[in-house]
Ligand binder design. Structure first.
Ligand SMILES: Nc1ncnc2c1ncn2[C@@H]1O[C@H](COP(=O)(O)OP(=O)(O)OP(=O)(O)O)[C@@H](O)[C@H]1O
Ligand SMILES: [Mg+2]
Length: 268
């Protein structure tokens, strides 16, 4: 039996600003196994980003414990790469310098740094803009640069907050296939937040659906699509994909109406 790479044990979180408290995460226990591709969907404002920030070590749970590779999480670590909902590139660095920043801080030798930067620049199709500054990029290009920057540290766990939200439909499908390829090649564990049920069902080996705030996981199911090695457009037209999408969509619909459904397997 595989050991969990991340383990949430009765974790809850509440923001406190002065006298105002906002419960963002209800008590949650969850194990994530190494190599899983977990997609999290749920209504806007329910607490998805909060959960990713807890896993990244940017927030501390109000109650409960989070273990990463068996150790309690204390602060951030390169093993857990995070790509934010709004790409947070360093504005004074070029795209290439942004990608090389993490490996530089980690003391990776220059040759290896340059190799990684080249590799990920090509992957996200930004070679032509490697010397551009973030303000010279479109929103989608900034997202791709941020993804390359997260990948350049070669994290064990990749926490992605709507990484493809600002992309045009064609680039989004291309990037979905790239992400899947990166996941297969590297064995990295991915936890991806998305508002797109299509994306969650296509990419995830496991889909989590959250209720509205405070986030409560109301569905946790595996996805098994036959022939899922093909291209996004092909897989998305199969009956298995359409059935799974319909099932998850109905759960998201219920969750936005605050109806708590049962945990269980998806129909595929
Ligand atoms: N720094 C903060 N201080 C206080 N409240 C916050 C803070 N950040 C988020 N919240 C609140 O916590 C709740 C959950 O926010 P969160 O950003 O986790 O939602 P989300 O599910 O990621 O939403 P979206 O899908 O719109 O990105 C919201 O009610 C939000 O207002
Ligand atoms: Mg969010």
């Amino acid at each position: 039996m595989n050991q969990p790479v991340l383990s949430l044990q009765n974790v809850s979180f509440e923001y406190t600003n002065g006298t105002k408290n906002t419960r963002a995460l209800a008590p949650t226990s969850l194990d994530i196994i190494q190599g899983e591709f977990v997609c999290l969907v749920g209504p806007s404002g329910c607490g998805k980003t909060t959960l990713l920030r807890l896993l990244a070590g940017l927030l501390e749970p109000t109650c409960g414990t989070i273990l990463c590779e068996g150790q309690p999480i204390v602060g951030t670590h390169w093993k857990r790469g995070l790509s934010f909902q709004q790409p947070q590139l360093f504005p004074w660095l070029t795209v290439r310098q942004n990608i090389e920043f993490g490996p530089r801080v980690l003391g990776i030798p220059q040759k290896e740094r340059e190799h990684r930067a080249q590799h990920f620049l090509t992957m996200v199709r930004l070679e032509e803009f490697q010397n551009a500054y973030p303000y010279e990029l479109s929103g989608g290009m900034q997202q791709r640069a941020a993804l390359a920057r997260a990948l350049a540290n070669e994290p064990h766990i990749l926490l992605l907050d709507e990484p493809l939200g600002a992309l045009d439909a064609l680039t989004r499908e291309h990037m979905q296939d790239e992400l899947k390829m990166i996941w297969k090649k590297t064995g990295v564990t991915i936890i991806l937040v998305t508002h797109s049920v299509d994306e969650a069902v296509y990419l995830g080996t496991r889909v989590l659906v959250s209720s509205s705030r405070p986030a409560t996981i109301i569905f946790d199911g595996s996805i098994h699509l036959p022939g899922n090695d093909g291209q996004a457009r092909m897989v998305k037209s199969t009956p298995e994909f359409l059935d799974a999408r319909e099932h998850i969509l109905s759960l998201v619909w219920e969750s936005s109406n605050n109806t708590v459904s049962q945990k269980g397997e998806s129909p595929v």
